[in-house]
Design a protein around this ligand. Structure first.
Ligand SMILES: *[C@@H]1O[C@H](CO)[C@@H](O)[C@H](O)[C@H]1NC(C)=O
Ligand SMILES: *[C@@H]1O[C@H](CO)[C@@H](O)[C@H](O)[C@H]1NC(C)=O
Ligand SMILES: *[C@@H]1O[C@H](CO)[C@@H](O)[C@H](O)[C@H]1NC(C)=O
Ligand SMILES: *[C@@H]1O[C@H](CO)[C@@H](O)[C@H](O)[C@H]1NC(C)=O
Ligand SMILES: *[C@@H]1O[C@H](CO)[C@@H](O)[C@H](O)[C@H]1NC(C)=O
Ligand SMILES: *[C@@H]1O[C@H](CO)[C@@H](O)[C@H](O)[C@H]1NC(C)=O
Ligand SMILES: *[C@@H]1O[C@H](CO)[C@@H](O)[C@H](O)[C@H]1NC(C)=O
Ligand SMILES: *[C@@H]1O[C@H](CO)[C@@H](O)[C@H](O)[C@H]1NC(C)=O
Ligand SMILES: *[C@@H]1O[C@H](CO)[C@@H](O)[C@H](O)[C@H]1NC(C)=O
Ligand SMILES: *[C@@H]1O[C@H](CO)[C@@H](O)[C@H](O)[C@H]1NC(C)=O
Ligand SMILES: *[C@@H]1O[C@H](CO)[C@@H](O)[C@H](O)[C@H]1NC(C)=O
Ligand SMILES: *[C@@H]1O[C@H](CO)[C@@H](O)[C@H](O)[C@H]1NC(C)=O
Length: 676
């Protein structure tokens, strides 16, 4: 009885509380969300993945202001921001054509962001005109080709200041609706196929602070005199277009707010950097002048002492590592001078010139001599790329052992020698020492390294190809469990392939999350050595491996039938060995195989038939006198199969690359960066 009383009291209290809230709500006008806006949202939700409408399973309740991706104005409770990101189901074949009439319901909408939804355009795009308060429209990473399916009519969005149409497939001239969109301060149309002369169009856009036209096909003369009129510009990106003619840098002189400038890769542009004499009124933080046919570093660069990132790659710069870099900026974090003709020694005091450096790419130059110890004092360095020079001597011990931030080290294609595997600090992810002059036995090298450090816990990529390493492949290698690329090709390694190879978990574990990423290469290249013994059965456990090259060795025995288990395999090269026996029909389970080569062994019997094997040609099998069946001339018996002369594109690509040291070509720097 007493308990019941308390219960009743509590209920009454809760009820009173509720009434009070309700009253407050009426006074303060907190109505949840507007009915027509909720209806519109629900219709949009249905249409995103129509007919199934699987988007936004988390939306429930009446108050749409609480729904994921929706924000309301606190005072009016009208929807003010919509952010639907990557909601379109990627497995649907068709692009999405949202109905602009639905978005037009949100009369107070200020920000509409729909990136990554495979939008090809809007139906009734004119309806967008009703969004008089729209300030930001973001359609980044969609599939818009024809601007008519987006354009809302001329100059009709008076509040719009930020428009992002980057990463679409826009073709032709700049969309009509952008001409005279004078309110715009941020315009991003990079990564499309836009073309034509932007001069007339740009002439009135004096409010712009950010203009990104990069990666399009804009042509015509460089709009110097118009650039001058962009007096508020802070970020200007014009790279990778087809602008023509002479440009005097003096036209940038008075853009005092300019902070980030990228005019790289306009092959037909002639940059006049020195005359007429000019002095910049800006302090840049980011400057990119790659692929600009420069023969000298423009002198204005040395006035820029706020630079954070400087890219001078792919030019024709020569002379010693410029001492005058000292003038640039002690804050410089990223410096790229790759693919020029700089020569002479690397600076002895780089740690004093650029103490804050995180990223340095000086590859593809003609730097000579050793790697100075000063490089080991770059405390924050994350990436060092010195490949493709004429460097000699040993890797400074402290470079790999005491630089606790270093994760990517590329020293390939030099004349470095000595111990190939110095002590390695545990954070290193990529070690590329291919095509140098490292000698000694691999076993000793690795043992020394292991005795001093942990088992390379983070190492993803180890490239030691094209050196003079001898001896066996040591078992310790199998302790590098996160290796995804191992290239030991073109050495003088002997003995058996270690049978513990299945301890390397990144090769055995098929990680579903990886499949989503664009391309995650897993490769083992042992080609062009003197390896003996048979192919260890453990190889057949490497279910995640994409490329396997054991060609040009002295391997004997049979090709295990269970290689057919390697479901991810795209390239298999076992050519130029002493393998014998038959090729198992089970290999046809390798449905991603684009390149296959078992030529020059001692194989016999019938070639596998079906799936990918119908696309391989003679070259895959030659030099095995005992083999018969398609595509070989020699018949095994009655041959009822149709001849096929198709060769997939992938097969072509691999056959170009897949020689002794294919990885050098496949595993380029940009890929290595994608490994995290
Ligand atoms: C767009 O939505 C409006 C309002 O719901 C509707 O009347 C119109 O028919 C729709 N248009 C298309 C092409 O579906
Ligand atoms: C773009 O779309 C409009 C309207 O649908 C159409 O008239 C025009 O032909 C299209 N342009 C191209 C290049 O497909
Ligand atoms: C630029 O503005 C001027 C005057 O304000 C006008 O006459 C001209 O048509 C405009 N040009 C463009 C391309 O909108
Ligand atoms: C680009 O347009 C401007 C202004 O309309 C004009 O002066 C110039 O000659 C054009 N350039 C080319 C290459 O068509
Ligand atoms: C930059 O401004 C100065 C002073 O206002 C002026 O003399 C000069 O001509 C301007 N330069 C350019 C390229 O507009
Ligand atoms: C650029 O930096 C210098 C100091 O390094 C400063 O005196 C100057 O005012 C800055 N200029 C601008 C436009 O910020
Ligand atoms: C080096 O730069 C030149 C342009 O200066 C370019 O044509 C070439 O492709 C670049 N080489 C590499 C390997 O990037
Ligand atoms: C690079 O500059 C040298 C002179 O310094 C010149 O002989 C050579 O032709 C230039 N190369 C290119 C690709 O412009
Ligand atoms: C670099 O700075 C020094 C002193 O700060 C100065 O004497 C020299 O002229 C500057 N060099 C360049 C190329 O600006
Ligand atoms: C290793 O680096 C630390 C700081 O990064 C430094 O204090 C130490 O002196 C370095 N060790 C050697 C042997 O140079
Ligand atoms: C391979 O893994 C097994 C089981 O984890 C372990 O016993 C063996 O020592 C490992 N072999 C090598 C060479 O690391
Ligand atoms: C390869 O190693 C063997 C010893 O294992 C040695 O006799 C031979 O000279 C080496 N070949 C080359 C090219 O270094």
């Amino acid at each position: 009885m007493f308990n019941n009383f308390i219960l009743i009291m509590e209920i009454t209290a809760v009820y009173r509380c509720f009434l009070l809230l309700l009253l407050l709500c009426i006074v303060l006008n907190c109505r949840g969300c507007m009915d027509e806006e909720r209806d519109a949202l629900l219709q949009i939700k249905t249409s995103i993945n129509s007919p199934d409408g699987t988007a936004f399973s988390s939306w429930f309740g009446e108050d749409c202001c609480q729904w994921e991706g929706v924000e309301c104005d606190a005072s009016t409770t009208h929807v003010s921001r919509i952010l639907f990101q990557h909601q379109r189901d990627q497995s649907l074949l068709e692009n999405w054509y949202p109905n602009a009439t639905l978005f037009a319901q949100f009369r107070d909408l200020k920000e509409l962001e729909l990136p990554g939804n495979r939008i090809e355009g809007f139906t009734s795009p004119d309806e967008l005109q009703k969004l008089k308060h729209l300030q930001r429209l973001n359609l980044h990473d969609n599939s818009i080709e024809n601007a008519s399916h987006l354009c809302w009519g001329r100059g009709q969005l008076p509040s719009l200041y930020s428009l992002d149409l980057s990463n679409n497939q826009l073709k032709g001239y700049l969309p009509e609706c952008l001409r005279g969109a004078l309110s715009l301060t941020e315009l991003i149309v990079s990564h499309n196929y836009l073309q034509g002369n932007i001069s007339a169009w740009l002439s009135n856009m004096t409010s712009l602070t950010l203009l990104d036209l990069s990666n399009n096909q804009f042509s015509g003369s460089f709009p110097s005199f118009l650039v001058q009129s962009l007096t508020n510009i802070e970020t200007l990106k014009l790279s990778t277009n087809q602008f023509k003619g002479r440009v005097s840098f003096s036209s940038f002189a008075n853009l005092s707010k300019l902070s980030s400038l990228d005019i790289s890769y306009n092959a037909h542009l002639q940059l006049e950097t020195e005359s007429p004499t000019w002095f910049p009124s800006f302090n840049l933080t980011v400057l990119s002048l790659s692929g600009c046919n420069l023969r000298n570093i423009p002198s204005f660069v040395f006035t820029q002492n706020h630079l954070n990132s400087l890219d001078l790659s792919d030019n024709n710069l020569s002379g010693p590592f410029p001492r005058t870099f000292r003038n640039i900026s002690s804050q410089l974090a990223s410096l790229d001078i790759s693919n020029n003709s700089f020569n002479g020694p690397l600076p002895e005091d780089i740690n004093l010139i650029f103490p804050e450096l995180l990223f340095l790419d000086a590859s593809l130059n003609v730097f000579r001599g050793g790697i100075p110890p000063s490089f080991c004092r770059l405390k924050r360095l994350h990436t060092l790329i010195l490949s493709g020079n004429k460097l000699r001597g040993a890797i400074p011990y402290l470079l790999t052992s005491n630089m606790s931030s270093l994760e990517y080290l590329h020293l390939s294609n030099n004349n470095l020698g000595g111990d190939a595997l110095p002590k390695i600090q545990p954070k290193l992810k990529v070690l590329d020492l291919g095509r140098n002059d490292f000698t000694g036995t691999f076993q000793d090298s690795l043992s020394r390294s292991f005795s001093q450090s942990l088992a390379f816990p983070q190492l993803r990529v180890l490239i030691l190809s094209g050196n003079r390493l001898q001896g066996q492949i040591p078992q310790q290698l199998c302790r590098m469990r996160r290796l995804s690329v191992l290239d030991l090709s073109n050495n003088n390694l002997s003995g058996n392939i270690p049978n513990c190879i299945d301890n390397i978990t990144s090769w055995t574990a098929v990680d579903q999350s990886r499949a989503v990423h664009i391309y995650f290469i897993t490769a083992l290249d042992l080609s062009c050595n003197r390896l003996t013994g048979s192919i260890p059965l453990q190889i057949t456990q490497l279910k995640a491996i994409i490329a396997l090259n054991m060609s040009h060795n002295l391997l004997t025995g049979q090709i295990p039938a269970s290689l057919g288990n390697l479901e991810a395999l795209e390239a298999l090269d076992l050519s130029h060995n002493k393998l014998f026996g038959e090729l198992s029909q089970e290999l046809t389970a390798l449905i991603f195989l684009g390149f296959f080569d078992v030529s020059f062994n001692n194989l016999s019997g019938a070639t596998p038939q079906g799936n990918q094997f119908n696309t391989f040609q003679n070259a895959s099998y030659v030099g095995n006198p005992g083999l018969c069946g398609f595509p070989l001339e020699r018949k095994c018996g009655p041959d009822i199969r149709k001849q096929s002369h198709v060769m997939s594109n992938m097969a072509r690509t691999y056959s170009l690359l897949f020689h002794c040291a294919f990885l050098i070509l496949v595993v380029n720097v940009s890929f290595l960066f994608s490994i995290v």
